[in-house]
Design a protein. Sequence first.
Length: 411
Amino acid sequence: MAQFEGLSARPGVFYLPAREDQMAKWPIVACDQYTAQEEKWRQADAAVGDAPSALRLIIPECYLADSDRRVPLIQQTMRDYLDQGVLREAVDGMVLIERETQSGKRLGLVMTVDLEDYDFAPGAQSPIRPTEGTILSRIPPRQKVRGGAALELSHVLLLCDDPGRTVIEPLYEKRDQLRPLYDVDLMLAGGHARGWAVEGGALLGDIAAAIRRLKEGLAAGVILFAVGDGNHSLATARAHWLEVKAALPQAAWADHPARFAMVELNNIYDPALIFEPIHRVLFGVTAEETLAALRGAELIPADDQPDLTLVSPEGETAFRIGKPLHALPVGTVQQLLDRWTGIDLDYVHGDQAVRDIVKQRGAVGILLPPMPKEMLFPAVAKNGPLPRKTFSMGEANEKRYYMEARKIVKE
């Protein structure tokens, strides 16, 4: 563990189903997906049936209103899975992941992070920072689960800025030397996942050394890790740790399992990690009214490389921003839209989806450009968390699936 001193990341002890024939129904998509498509969760429930599954250890967000009933069942199921041997200790170290999706083959590394090195408070200068503003009201419902839970499962995707591909990719080249853990199709059209155990001082030492080189190469104020997905889940883990910590003597802080949270580390330069823009659609307004609301940006008609494109029933017009209020076009647009009180605003993925809505409902759309990956870390370091709904890392079924589990209570 000394190899990871001061690096915010460290190995962990991870659990998986004890029986290989249970693996097919075990992994499930992140709880914050398909919030308006309950039929997806009913489909998953039917597919799982009575089999052990990570589905029984989470609350899909579309069912949060039923959390008072579901939380005790989840926490009891966690204890049952441990007591009955459904879950076994699979690896003491890290887990290398190969995830096949429609965007390609994405690599990840499951590890834990020190919650003392993460802070979601505005203006925080911690080594690990959120990429979007934290809505505090979203934390208590999640704490209901974590507060009495024996296990954590995680859909947090943590990002590192590694253009040289020095942390995860060299390990993947050695995958044939690693012990395989799973090789499974993912339900709800999630593609396929393979996992390998990363164990032993030499391999873990190589990872620690690569992360240390990244850290030593950072410019002043630039962060080591950014939370790409699961911002509120990691914020919940931090809030829970602070609660646990307050009731402990200081001597017990260093190695308490609740101090650490499980994440999957991804390199933002992984070609299968797609940063997609999230567009804005406004209802019940005209193009003229929308342009008036955006006047503070001093929009200039553009023939190419626009900062935004206004889509209305009358046509499309591309603009550059003459007076940016934020490092990213989406930040300028969102600040100005936030000043427009009473607006009926929606957030939409996909250029064609915006055009279809505008045509069908007489709305006004604002198409925004994708955020270049290399801008993410400098933007968060300079401006703090990005405006809400800045980007999405792929479609719902490309998000991290719950797979590994980890104990978060002291034995």
